[in-house]
Design a binder for this molecule. Structure first.
Ligand SMILES: [Zn+2]
Ligand SMILES: [Zn+2]
Length: 358
């Protein structure tokens, strides 16, 4: 399914490429849909068109060259997930465990789903039956016994590990505020609970009622409906005026929560900014609050390899009821409906995690 213009996807056919010794071919089984898919669909991301989107692939190795098989540690028939980012593997970021920040070609980031079909061999995205696997690919094996719609959650769960544990440094006994109860907010709840956070407070809107309830099932100790309540007042009540050790801002579009993070964090606390706002500036961002509290403010983009591995281990463990978060599966041809469902454009549908099943 090729995106040819904003909000326009059409079915097209491409030849299956010849696979060299350092390449592979994935038979796509499922592809997760997240907020970035909605932005790409809207046309707000600077992606050259036409392009095959789909950056959260799950599938089977259909073909693989000898060199790639040795380097990636997989063989034909293995079930794998594929990291979206294609990195150089040599620069200081790659060597320092930050391959998700590598600009492979030195100018812009290089990734599946954001490489146009004009670049041979065209099959760069997972809204497809087959996806080309470039020599720079990183794959992770995943248990072939898992239901596809759960296995494909490696991406939001990986974000939970990256944002809450690795970047936020959430530890046992901490108080954590998670602003935004979408896939990634819920994943952050799951991870915070697993590392032993004592108080987990999640904020959302009236329309997020079902997601806030699910947050409680996953270990949130408090939920705040900010349509009715002031988040800062409530967090100060709950923490007896202390504030949170870690504040994770994972909401989409809204900029007000970013300003509030500075009030919600305790003195010496950490703020993680991971919600993308379409390059909008944040009004009422009082930097003095960060100075006087000596806050650590960190951005978080995407998922590290180590966080992907942690997410896969969690899915394979079966210890968390992830099925409760999965609300919708769609066939590949209905990708348009899948995206609009996740974006909340379909009346009567309240989506949390959506995926395509090829
Ligand atoms: Zn995504
Ligand atoms: Zn690199």
């Amino acid at each position: 399914m090729v995106q040819t213009a904003p909000r326009t996807l059409e079915e097209q056919r491409f030849d299956i490429p010849e696979i060299g010794t350092d390449e592979g071919l994935l038979r796509v089984e499922a592809c997760g849909i997240c907020g970035s898919d909605c932005e790409q669909y809207e046309g707000v991301l600077p992606v050259p068109l036409p392009v095959i989107p789909g950056h959260e692939p799950l599938g089977y190795i259909e073909k693989i060259g000898e060199e790639a098989s040795r380097k990636w540690g997989v063989r034909e028939g293995d079930r794998v997930v594929v990291e979206a980012i294609l990195s150089c593997g040599k620069c200081e970021l790659c060597r320092g465990g930050l391959r998700h920040l590598c600009f492979k070609d030195g100018k812009s980031f290089c990734a599946y789903a954001y490489t146009p079909v004009a670049t041979p061999p065209s099959l760069w995205g997972a809204y497809a039956e087959f996806m080309y696997l470039d020599p720079a690919t990183v794959v992770h094996k995943i248990d072939p016994g898992l239901p596809a719609e759960l296995a494909v959650m490696y991406n939001p769960l990986g974000a939970g590990y990256r944002w809450a544990a690795e970047v936020g440094g959430v530890r046992a006994g901490d108080t954590v505020v998670i602003m935004g109860p979408g896939q990634r907010g819920l994943a952050s709840v799951i991870v915070s609970a697993r590392v032993g956070a004592k108080k987990i407070i999640v904020t959302g809107l009236e329309s997020d009622r079902a997601k806030l309830e699910l947050a409680r099932r996953y270990g949130a100790t408090h939920t705040i409906n900010v349509s009715d309540d002031d988040a800062v007042d409530r967090v100060f009540d709950i923490t007896k005026g202390r504030g949170a050790d870690v504040v994770l801002e994972v909401s989409a579009y809204a900029v007000q929560p970013v300003a509030e993070t500075l009030s919600l964090a305790r003195r010496g606390g950490t703020v993680v900014l991971a919600g993308v706002k379409g390059m909008k500036a944040v009004p009422d961002f009082v930097s003095d609050k960060a100075v006087f509290k000596e806050l650590t403010i960190r951005g978080a983009l995407g998922v590290s390899s180590s966080a992907f591995r942690s997410a896969i281990d969690l899915i394979e463990s079966g210890e968390v009821d992830l099925a409760a978060m999965h609300t919708h599966s769609f066939p590949l041809r209905e990708v348009d409906l899948a995206i609009r469902t996740l974006a909340g454009e379909i009346d009567g549908e309240s989506a949390i995690h959506c995926c395509l099943l090829t």
